[in-house]
Design a protein around this ligand. Structure first.
Ligand code: SF4
Length: 442
C-alpha cells in the first residue's frame, strides 16, 4: 500500500517561503513500516499528473480549500481515494465531504493507524473524529519525508497545542477551544538535540499560553545552544524573568499578534492579552533590549478602523524596527465567532469567499463599518509596500540592538525580509485555484 501525503498551495504556483509541513512528519512516524509513504508539496514542487498512490491524505486550510478540491477531483477521477484533515475540514466537514472520500476532524494522530487499516481493507469511513487526549509521549516526527525538498532553512517543532485566549477571528481557538495540551519536555529536548546547529521555529500558537510550562521548556532547552523563533502573546513582555530566560535559551525572534493599535478593536475581537498591556512601544523595547527581534502581525477592518489606520500601524512597525510585519485584511474564517457575526449582520461579500472564482488573495471579504472594502484592500497592500520598501528594510537592518545584533542575526533578518517582500508581491491578487495569475510585481 502506498500513501501519498499532499500539501496543496493557494494555486498551482510555487512559494519561496514554505516551511516543512510538520503534520506529515508526525503521521509518517505513526505509519507502519510496510506502508510506502511519499510527500508532494505543491508549494515547492509541481504535482505530477500520473502520481501513483492507494490513498491520498491532504491537509486543508481555508485559503487552500479551492485548490485542494481541484487536486482531490483529479486523484478521485483516477480511482484513488482522498482523505482530508486540518482546520478547514474540522470546522466545515459537510463542505469538504462533498469533495473527498473521508474527513478527519480534530487531531489526526489518534485515529491514523485505524484509518490506514480501514483504507487497506477498502472500508474507509466518511468521518473520523480525532480524540484529544494528552499528546502522545515518545513520538518524534520523522523528518526523512522532507529530504530533497526546498523548504526554508528553519525547522518547525511543536511543544503544545491550543491557547488560553479566545480571540473572535482565531481558527486556533475555534479548533481547540481553550484546552491546552503539551508533549513531555524530554521528547522536545530529544527532538531539538537532533536538530542541533539548525534554526528552529517553535510553532505553538502561543508559547506563553501556560507560563509555567514555557519556563520548564526554556530551562531544558537553554543548554542545547540552539537558535530559535517562537510565537507568543504580548503579555510575555510583562514578565522580565521570562524574557531573560527566552533570550538565554537561544530565542532570537518573537512573533507577536499586535492586531490593532485601537482599543475599541481589541475589545471587539476579545484580545485580552493586548488589552492588559496596551503600551506596545514599551513591550517591544523590553524584548529588543535583550537582543531578540520582534515580528508583528496586524489586522484591519474592525469597526474602529478608518482609512487612517494603515499609516498608523506602518509607522508603529517602522518606528519600533520590527524585523518583519504582516498587514492583513481581517478574514472571517468559517467556524469562528467573527464569521458568524458578519454573516448575521449581512456584511459578507461572498457566502464562501474561499470558493468564489472572483475572490483574489489580499481582497476584503466583508463590508467594513468605517471605510469601503476597496479602501481596506488597498490600505493593507499599501502598508505592506511601505514597510517592505528597500530603504525601510535597510534602515531597520541598521538597528544594532536586535535586527543587526550580530552577523548571524543580520543575515537572518535580510534573508527573511527579501523573501517576505518577494512573496507579498507574488501573492497579492492571486486567484485561488488553477486560474491563478499575478496582478502586480515589485
Ligand atoms: S492569542 Fe493568538 S492563538 Fe490565542 S486565541 Fe488569540 S489569536 Fe488565537
Amino acid at each position: 500500500m502506498k500513501v501519498l501525503f499532499l500539501q496543496p498551495n493557494l494555486a498551482d504556483v510555487r512559494s519561496a517561503d514554505a516551511m516543512e509541513p510538520l503534520v506529515f512528519a508526525i503521521l509518517k512516524s505513526l505509519t507502519p513500516a510496510d506502508v510506502e509513504v511519499a510527500l508532494r508539496d505543491e508549494r515547492v514542487e509541481p504535482i505530477p499528473d500520473e502520481e501513483s498512490a492507494d490513498l491520498v491524505a491532504m491537509t486543508i486550510q481555508t485559503f487552500t480549500a479551492r485548490r485542494a478540491y481541484q487536486l482531490a477531483a483529479q486523484f478521485r477521477g483516477r480511482g484513488i481515494p482522498v482523505v482530508a484533515g486540518g482546520h478547514h475540514p474540522t470546522l466545515l466537514p459537510e463542505e469538504v465531504l462533498r469533495h473527498v472520500d473521508a474527513v478527519v476532524m480534530g487531531d489526526a494522530e489518534g485515529i491514523w493507524p485505524q484509518l490506514l487499516a480501514d483504507a487497506r481493507s477498502g472500508r474507509l469511513r466518511r468521518l473520523y473524529r480525532g480524540p484529544q487526549p494528552p499528546l502522545t509521549s515518545g513520538l518524534i516526527p520523522d523528518r526523512t519525508i522532507f529530504a530533497g525538498k526546498k523548504y526554508l532553512p528553519i525547522h518547525p517543532v511543536q511543544f503544545g497545542r491550543g491557547c488560553r485566549y479566545a480571540c473572535d477571528f482565531c481558527s486556533v481557538h475555534a479548533f481547540y477551544g481553550t484546552s491546552l495540551r503539551y508533549r513531555p519536555v524530554a521528547d522536545l529536548v530529544a527532538e531539538l538535540a537532533a536538530l542541533s546547529g539548525r534554526m528552529v521555529f517553535l510553532v505553538d500558537d502561543n508559547l506563553f499560553a501556560d507560563p509555567a510550562r514555557a519556563r520548564e521548556l526554556l530551562q531544558a532547552v537553554a543548554p542545547l545552544g540552539l537558535r530559535w523563533v517562537c510565537q507568543a502573546s504580548i503579555d510575555v513582555a510583562a514578565d522580565a524573568s521570562m524574557l531573560d530566560l527566552l533570550s538565554r535559551s537561544g530565542c532570537c525572534c518573537v512573533l507577536i499578534g499586535f492586531e490593532s493599535l485601537r482599543r475599541g478593536n481589541l475589545v471587539q475581537m476579545g484580545k485580552a492579552a493586548n488589552l492588559a498591556l496596551p503600551d506596545y512601544d514599551s513591550a517591544v523595547a523590553r524584548i529588543r533590549r535583550r537582543g531578540m527581534m520582534v515580528y508583528g502581525t496586524f489586522v484591519f477592518g474592525y469597526d474602529a478602523d478608518d482609512e487612517t489606520v494603515f499609516a498608523e500601524a506602518a509607522d508603529f512597525a517602522i518606528r519600533n524596527k520590527l524585523c518583519l510585519a504582516n498587514f492583513n485584511p481581517l478574514v472571517p474564517i468559517p467556524g469562528t465567532p467573527l464569521f458568524r457575526r458578519l454573516a448575521a449582520e449581512g456584511r459578507l461579500l461572498f457566502p464562501a469567499w474561499w470558493l468564489a472564482p472572483d475572490y483574489r488573495y489580499g481582497m476584503a471579504t466583508f463590508r467594513p463599518r468605517s471605510m469601503t472594502e476597496a479602501e481596506l484592500t488597498a490600505g493593507c497592500f499599501w502598508a505592506r509596500k511601505r514597510f517592505n520598501a528597500l530603504g525601510t528594510i535597510v534602515r531597520r537592518a541598521l538597528d544594532r540592538q536586535a535586527n543587526g545584533h550580530n552577523l548571524q542575526q543580520l543575515a537572518l533578518f535580510l534573508a527573511a525580509n527579501l523573501t517576505s517582500r518577494r512573496e507579498i508581491f507574488r501573492k497579492q491578487g492571486l486567484a485561488l485555484g488553477p486560474d491563478g495569475g499575478l496582478c502586480e510585481s515589485p
